[in-house]
Design a protein around this ligand. Sequence first.
Ligand code: 25A
Ligand code: L14
Length: 348
Amino acid sequence: MSGKFTVAVAGATGAVGREMLKILEERRFPASTVKALASSRSAGTKLPFGDAELTVAELREDSFDGVDLALFSAGGGTSEKFAPHAVRSGCVVVDNSSAWRMDDRCPLVVPEVNAHALAGHRGIIADPNCSTIQMVLVLHPLRGIAPIRRVVVSSYQAVSGTGQKAVDELERQVRRMFNMEEPEVAVYPHRIAFNCLPHIDVFMENGYTKEEMKMTNETVKIMEDPTIRVTATTVRVPVFYAHSEALNVEFERPVSVAEARDALEKAEGVVVLDDPARNLYPMPKDAAGKDEVFVGRIRRDESCDTALNMWVVGDNIRKGAALNAVQIAECLVRDGLVRVADRRAFLR
Ligand code: 25A
Ligand code: L14
């Protein structure tokens, strides 16, 4: 490793944490040391890091002494509890949980859309929800053509969003069913193999799930536009990696397919894959493992002359979580923002 920053990954043994380590290495993040942290269950576990190995240590309040930058992906409760202690140690936190996203003190960042929001950070920066990230990556270039009034989104989300335990469960259920055995149901309330669940995260009082409300609220914060209305139906499908989304985007005036395609082709982090005559459109099996978000099926909404329909697919573990977090960290380094001005900001 050649760099000047001491970096920690909290939740390093999870689906996202492992990918964070891989991406730090792949992109040659300027780290002098990388610390892998997880729960006491995993202390002592070895994780690959480049040609070397990291030994996992238990995440504790004092884990961040001497650490410059920490990437968290160990669940909301863990972030709530430990991120303030990291900041107190002078460590800047990029947090992948939902714990801090809507906190006014925390920028919520997709670098291609609002890297500028990092400037005033106070120690904790939030990494948005996976479904929100791939959607705003597409909405941002489109709003350059005309203001967006409303988005209707339906998602088709991979099990890896729930962590490694859900990936293992889908695999086990499929194996058992092919052997004519009763599948075991543990992670979700129902079987996910050969099924769809209109249920991601918990139900709220308004009848929506928390995942659906994240898409509504996080989009407004990232795009800094309270006039954009988003309504979502989020669905779990038996796919391992990469989320898909059907978007209906309504603009203030009619926007042509050609204009939209042109804006999306120029957009950073987005690839247009749209040639129905050749059966070319984005699919999760192809987006898995890729850094870009793919968009296709761009077409007029024939029921509304100011709206377009499209299909957006992205790897939920990479751009939806680990890659976006590392990109935020790269922006912090580039802009000289790996510092904490007020170590007590989150302890009050
Ligand atoms: O608490 P919540 O908010 O309900 O979140 C629940 C889970 O959802 C995932 C994440 O699971 C989280 O724990 N999750 C949350 N937000 C997510 C997002 N945006 C998200 N997933 C994707 N995108 P996970 O399995 O991905 O990661 C969990 C990590 O958190 C560590 N952890 C949990 N409680 C902790 C803690 N760390 C510190 N303190 C705590 N109190 C957890 O560590 C893991 O790193 P662990 O020691 O519990 O490790 C669990 C064991 O699981 C096995 N394993 C996990 N991933 C893999 C794997 N084995 C092989 N390959 C893998 N990829 C290992 O045996 C590991 O030791
Ligand atoms: O980042 O798919 O808020 O179960 C938590 C639930 C990510 C997806 C978040 C899932 C999500 C996740």
